[in-house]
Every structure is written in structure tokens, then in C-alpha cells.
Design a protein around this ligand. Structure first.
Ligand code: KIV
Length: 271
């Protein structure tokens, strides 16, 4: 019997069991109550309240501007909707880097004020102390390596990461460090499929890929991208499951016509 179908509440322990049984983990982002409710009812395993909210909800051109308070607003809306999925919240840029005490206080604030189950941080060895301190408070941590959007100004571009040997070696080392430190899972973003497969094979914790090929333990996508709400973003790794922007535009155009033509509201829609 699949682990996924058998559980009423997904925990970090359930995700480890899924990896052991080679059952793939499904993960999507959500930032608001209504969408989180639909995704949870559909049976998603993990919901990430990603700092991609900075792009898709607030219209910024990077994840850097979003604040801890804004992440808390999104996460608490999601938590109110969800019954089954594990909810992971991104620690935003500036709330943990280079200061493990700040990392702990940011993580505690998220856990206390939202009711989420875990936090995610970007980086490897350089954030080890922060990861350790957060874990010491009993807060589960998901790592994030490869293309880490909070460091976009260091990389300069959103191209595939770790194609060169030195960077690939560092990524593998960082993944081991995150596992040894106690992370319950790691996201690998936009790296060669072969490298991601190697990491997933070497580590006992689940590896969730986005643009990291099929041979990892699970997949994550940004909900606005996979539903076709965003239009301008179309990397190779993205599969669009719907063209929601066209459907919404069509529905709104029909509504406008109905209002202008005095067709809406009709007698049945009036008191
Ligand atoms: O913020 C986010 O949506 C993410 C995913 C792309 C993994 O970190």
C-alpha cells in the first residue's frame, strides 16, 4: 500500500518512509488560503510557502524584497486552509544569512505566528551554523542548493548551476553537510539531472528537484507557473498543466460584455 494514500497527515517521518519505499514526493508552492485548500484537497504531500511569493504575488523581479512579516502573512493564510500536507516556509533573504541567532529568532517567529511545520533555507556550508541553531530548537529544516534565487546577484544569471566540476563537487559536499547537520530534506534547483541523481542516491534524506531531472525523490513547481497564471516565465523544466491566464481573461471579458449589454444581472440574479 502506498505511504501517500495511507497517511492522514504528512510529517517529515512520512517523507523519509516515502524515500525508503521509493514513492515519489509531490510538492507545490502556495501563498494564500483558497489555493492552499484546493492543493491540499487534491492530495499534495508538501506545500511550500516559497519566497517566490515576492515574484508571483507581489510582482518584484527577485525574491530579495519579501520580508519576514510578509512571509508570516502568507504562511498563516496557508496554514488555516491545510489539513493534510506538510507545510514548509522559506526564511526570506536577510533573516538568517551570516547570523545564527537571527536565524533562530526568524525561524521561531515563523513557527509561533503561523503554525507551519518546517522552514527552508538556501545554502550549504556557509549557513551550517544557522541550520544547527534552528535545529537545536526542534524546528525541522529543509535545505536548498543549486540555483538559490536569494543569491542571484552573486550568480548574475538564472542559468543551470553546477555544470563545472568544481561547483558540482561543492554541491555534493554541501548536500552531505546539510544531511549530517540534520536537515530532513534538500531541494535541488536547476542542476544537471545526472548530478541530482548522484546526490539522491548518496543521501538517505529525500531530495526534491526543480529542474533537476527525474531521478530524485520528489518534484516541486511554483503553482502559478504550472497552472499557466504566469506567462513570461518558461524555463525548459516547467511543464504547464493549464493555461489559466487565458481562461481567466476570457471569463473576465465575458463578464465585461454582460455588464455593458445589461445582460448581468438578470431577473433570477436580482432580489
Ligand atoms: O520560493 C520557491 O518557490 C522555491 C521553490 C522554487 C523551490 O524556493
Amino acid at each position: 500500500m502506498s505511504v501517500h494514500l495511507n497517511v492522514r497527515k504528512v510529517t517529515t517521518h512520512v517523507l523519509h518512509e516515502m524515500k525508503l519505499k521509493q514513492e515519489k514526493i509531490s510538492m507545490l508552492t502556495a501563498y494564500d488560503y483558497s489555493m492552499a485548500k484546493i492543493i491540499d484537497q487534491a492530495g499534495i504531500d508538501v506545500i511550500l510557502v516559497g519566497d517566490s511569493a515576492s515574484n508571483v504575488m507581489a510582482g518584484h523581479d527577485s525574491t530579495l524584497p519579501i520580508t519576514l512579516d510578509e512571509m508570516i502573512y502568507h504562511a498563516s493564510s496557508v496554514v488555516r486552509a491545510v489539513k493534510r500536507a506538510l507545510i514548509v516556509v522559506d526564511l526570506p533573504f536577510g533573516s538568517y544569512q551570516g547570523n545564527s541567532k537571527l536565524a533562530l529568532s526568524s525561524a521561531i517567529q515563523i513557527m509561533k505566528e503561523t503554525g507551519a511545520h518546517a522552514i527552508k533555507m538556501e545554502g550549504g556550508n556557509e549557513i551550517r551554523e544557522s541550520v544547527e541553531r534552528v535545529l537545536s530548537a526542534g524546528i525541522p529544516v529543509m535545505g536548498h542548493l543549486g540555483l538559490t534565487p536569494q543569491s542571484i546577484h552573486k550568480f548574475g544569471t538564472y542559468v543551470v548551476r553546477a555544470k563545472k566540476e568544481a561547483e558540482a563537487e561543492k554541491l555534493v559536499q554541501d548536500a552531505h553537510i546539510l544531511q549530517e547537520t540534520g536537515c530532513f530534506a534538500v531541494v535541488l534547483e536547476k542542476i544537471p539531472a545526472k548530478l541530482a541523481a548522484k546526490v539522491a542516491k548518496e543521501l538517505f534524506i529525500p531530495i526534491i528537484g526543480i529542474g533537476a531531472g527525474p531521478d530524485v525523490d520528489g518534484q516541486v513547481l511554483v503553482i502559478h507557473d504550472m497552472l499557466g497564471i504566469t506567462q513570461e516565465f518558461s524555463p525548459r523544466f516547467l511543464r504547464r498543466y493549464h493555461n489559466l491566464s487565458a481562461e481567466i481573461r476570457g471569463a473576465v471579458q465575458t463578464y465585461i460584455q454582460d455588464v455593458k449589454n445589461l445582460d448581468f444581472p438578470n431577473e433570477k440574479e436580482s432580489y
